[in-house]
Design a protein around this ligand. Structure first.
Ligand code: SAM
Length: 354
């Protein structure tokens, strides 16, 4: 089967084999990327029209017990100036977010032991009381099933936990020994069973990634059927063991966005800040390849630069209102409209295809 036939197969909802996915990646060129993009945009437009969902990102803490080799806020980075937002600061970000038209708040952070279940449940309940029609998304790493359950009961709607790679050997090259591939997957499974809208994802071009490991990522997405998938290019950070590694590319990230859209047409797929960092028009190109979510930053400007996962991260100087306006204008210029909506997945279209 050639690449065009594999793309057609994905577009008809049949999925692909590991070999076919690897073949798609090996044979990426302008024509295949254009073909995938065309089909992906049609698939997305049929479900979501030209609507783009926004999520207000609140980076709660850059304190992290983990030591992922790629990440700028890894525990052993002594050059990282640490911070943690207080409950009141987080609530103030949400209040500002609602004024700016956000209906989803994403609470993200390192694995900071300060965030006990009691603290988080209290915070989530308070956010849900103040902002009744808003969704709360958590992105706070690996926790116990019991903890996920308590947070869900407190009102959390969604959870983002990138699987990082679906290949165990590759996972072990990106993380120290005490982090476990099996536990990462177990967490994702628990989240799904507990009724969260779940997001997985991976970095494009991470060190030691190959067409075969990406094929496994795609197969994982096909089988796990996440509601969301966060993919963005790997970008090196100067104070990590991967400082000298090469960044992922815009082309491969956009190609994968198109492929993932075809694997699961109703998926919520962000055009990430990392994509906007490797290219001035990266987020626009991500949307034009099949993404349908953007995540402007709602964190206080005073801490933005400290949440530096990779070098030269964009949007660290602007106020939240500026970030929101900037993205709205960028989307309008390419014919898309940011909507004030919780932006839940359209389940009714699960099996609908072009
Ligand atoms: N601690 C939580 C977790 O593990 O899911 C959330 C925060 S973590 C920093 C969010 C994501 O940032 C990771 O899943 C990873 O894929 C991404 N990331 C970290 N370092 C990166 C880098 N150098 N380039 C691109 N993305 C990176």
């Amino acid at each position: 089967m050639n690449s065009f036939e594999i793309i057609d197969k994905l577009n008809s909802g049949k999925g692909a084999t590991l070999l076919e996915y690897a073949c798609l990646l090996d044979n990426m060129n302008e024509e295949t990327a254009e073909y995938a993009k065309e089909k992906a945009v049609l698939a997305r437009k049929r479900i979501y029209g030209n609507k783009i969902f926004v999520r207000g990102l609140i980076e709660m803490s850059n304190i992290c017990k983990n030591d992922c080799y790629y990440c700028g806020i890894r525990g052993s980075n002594k050059n990282c100036e640490r911070y943690r937002l207080t409950k009141d600061e987080i609530l103030a970000c949400c209040d500002e977010g609602e004024r700016l038209g956000f209906k989803t708040f994403v609470l993200q952070g390192g694995e900071d032991a300060f965030f006990t279940d009691d603290f988080l449940c209290d915070l989530i309940k308070e956010i849900k009381t103040r902002h009744k029609d808003c969704a709360v998304t958590l992105s706070l790493g690996e926790r116990s099933r019991k903890s996920y359950e308590l947070l869900k009961k407190a009102g959390a709607d969604r959870y983002l936990l990138r699987h990082e790679t679906a290949d165990k050997t590759h996972y072990e090259k990106l993380h120290p020994e005490k982090m476990s591939f099996e536990n990462r997957l177990k967490c994702l499974k628990n989240l799904k069973e507990l009724g969260y809208q779940v997001g997985c994802g991976f970095m494009v071009g991470s060190p030691y990634q190959t067409p075969e490991t990406i094929a496994k990522d795609l197969k994982f997405i096909e089988e796990f059927r996440p509601d969301m998938c966060g993919i963005g290019p790997f970008i090196p950070h100067k104070d990590t063991p991967f400082a000298d590694k090469t960044a992922g590319t815009l082309e491969m990230t956009c190609y994968l966005l198109s492929i993932i859209r075809l694997i699961k047409p109703n998926i919520l797929l962000p055009a990430t800040t990392a994509l906007g960092t490797i290219h001035e028009k990266g987020r626009e190109m991500g949307i034009l390849a099949g993404a349908n979510v953007v995540m402007p930053n709602l964190s206080p400007v005073s801490v933005r630069k400290k949440y530096e996962l990779y070098d030269n991260k964009i949007c660290t100087g602007e106020e939240s209102a500026q970030c929101r306006m900037c993205l709205e204008n960028r989307m309008r210029k390419i014919g898309y409209e940011i909507v004030t909506d919780r932006g839940d997945i359209r389940k009714d279209e699960e099996n609908g295809r072009i």
